[in-house]
Design a protein around this ligand. Structure first.
Ligand SMILES: Nc1ncnc2c1ncn2[C@@H]1O[C@H](COP(=O)(O)OP(=O)(O)O)[C@@H](O)[C@H]1O
Ligand SMILES: [Mg+2]
Length: 332
């Protein structure tokens, strides 16, 4: 769906910290303050599909907890549909679906359908809305075969699909998904991402999805928000990010050749007959890479993968430093 100008989520200069105190001796305690979010601002408009990405501990879940009204920021303003989620929690949550991937809302010792019936009753979802949503979600997420299975018997991928359907049951306009692809295998991940795109395009749902996996992002996002150590490090399209940092990828070769170094590739690791190289996908497109690799004799295996998110973020900072634009790392 095309984004319009209606502002669905806004964070304005939001800072959230946690104070901790731990005993260092019998009489003394050590106090420390962790900034989970440090002066974060962004706006999400109706119809957008944003990936909220960053390494573990970056502040992603904290952001979602603030949006869900589960935590309160010490500074700045958090708004959903123009309201403070801590003040108007029920109104806001009627229009929002939130899923924390590491926590299931399904009733563990009941068939999957029981959780849906329960939510219908508690949320007072009208019969017609319930029936039409259940039938659509069952079809889109292939839930029919699981409908009478006990939730505890589901695989992780099945559990995520059922939880996602439950999150969407009350036709939310905004859906916040915290690490919905965590731990899923390639196929299950693919399915999840395809479904989310569909939910965005066909059902018009505004989506914000977190991930710590660089792999997921190119797939999902027409907008990418990168967060690192509580600060927003990047806000733009995936292509714009690659233009800034380069499309860094790794390729691993297992070969009997002696120290092959194809042109344009940098050797970053070697263990035995396994060689790991880094290259820039914007400079060496895949067909060119295959030609280069074809020149190496005795190859037994080739694996390619995107560089991890920490390295991409480090690349961004290096670029900023060299351009003197910002000095993020010394502020956090
Ligand atoms: N309840 C809490 N008490 C203390 N520190 C916390 C709490 N929740 C989160 N943090 C800290 O805040 C930072 C951000 O955490 P989080 O938002 O969970 O990151 P992410 O979801 O990106 O992995 C981390 O350093 C984490 O340890
Ligand atoms: Mg998290």
């Amino acid at each position: 769906m095309k984004a319009n100008h209606e502002c669905i989520v806004s964070l304005a200069h939001v800072t959230k910290y946690f104070d901790q105190s731990r005993p260092v001796s019998l009489w003394k305690r050590e106090h420390s303050r962790i900034y989970a979010l440090n002066d974060v601002s962004f706006v999400l408009r109706r119809g957008e599909f944003a990936a909220y990405a960053g390494p573990n501990g970056a502040g992603k879940s904290t952001t979602f907890k603030l949006l869900a009204g589960l935590l309160r920021a010490q500074q700045g303003q958090v708004k959903i549909f123009g309201a403070d989620p801590c003040v108007k929690r029920i109104e806001v949550m009627r229009r929002t679906g939130v899923l924390f991937g590491n926590r299931s809302e399904l009733w563990w010792d009941h068939p999957v359908r029981a959780s849906f019936e329960w939510k219908k009753a508690v949320w007072d979802i009208p019969d017609d809305v319930y029936l039409s949503n259940v039938s659509r979600l069952k079809e889109l997420l292939d839930l029919e075969p699981l409908w009478n299975t006990f939730s505890r018997e589901l695989s992780l991928g099945q559990r995520m699909r059922a939880d996602l359907a439950l999150t969407l049951l009350h036709s939310p306009e905004l859906v916040l998904l915290d690490e919905p692809t965590l731990g899923l295998d390639v196929l299950a991940k693919r399915r999840m991402i395809d479904f989310l795109k569909l939910a965005n395009q066909e059902l018009g749902v505004t989506l914000m999805v977190t991930s710590h996996d660089m792999d997921d992002l190119a797939e999902m996002a027409n907008r990418l928000l990168l967060i690192n150590r509580g600060r927003l490090a990047f806000d733009g399209s995936y292509d714009a990010l690659l233009r800034m940092t380069g499309d860094h990828r790794l390729v691993r070769l297992t070969t009997s050749a002696e120290s092959p170094v194809p042109e344009g590739l940098t050797l970053v690791d070697r263990s035995g007959d396994r060689f790991t190289y880094r290259y820039d996908g914007t400079k060496i497109p895949s067909p060119h890479l295959f030609t280069l690799l074809a020149g190496i004799p005795g190859i037994r295996d080739i694996q390619m993968e995107p560089e991890n998110i920490e390295t991409v973020i480090a690349g961004l900072y290096r670029k900023w430093f060299s351009e003197g634009e910002a000095d993020y790392s010394s502020k956090g």
